[in-house]
Unconditional design. Sequence first.
Length: 68
Amino acid sequence: MNRLIPLIAAVALSACGLDTASSAATAAALKKQELEQGKKTMDQTKQKIGQAMEQMQQSQENREDAAK
């Protein structure tokens, strides 16, 4: 009986460790997903800025051509 109590305690503590490791892995996966989404949003924003710059340049060229 005296040996059973430490064994139960060891099993209980190891289960807590597994839960902690599982939580850490889940948190890491969520952070990775957030980073990927952030990169995707940044790429989309860069693309929209590039398109807006092209439109401004074309508009400027059209005004210069009309002024000639």
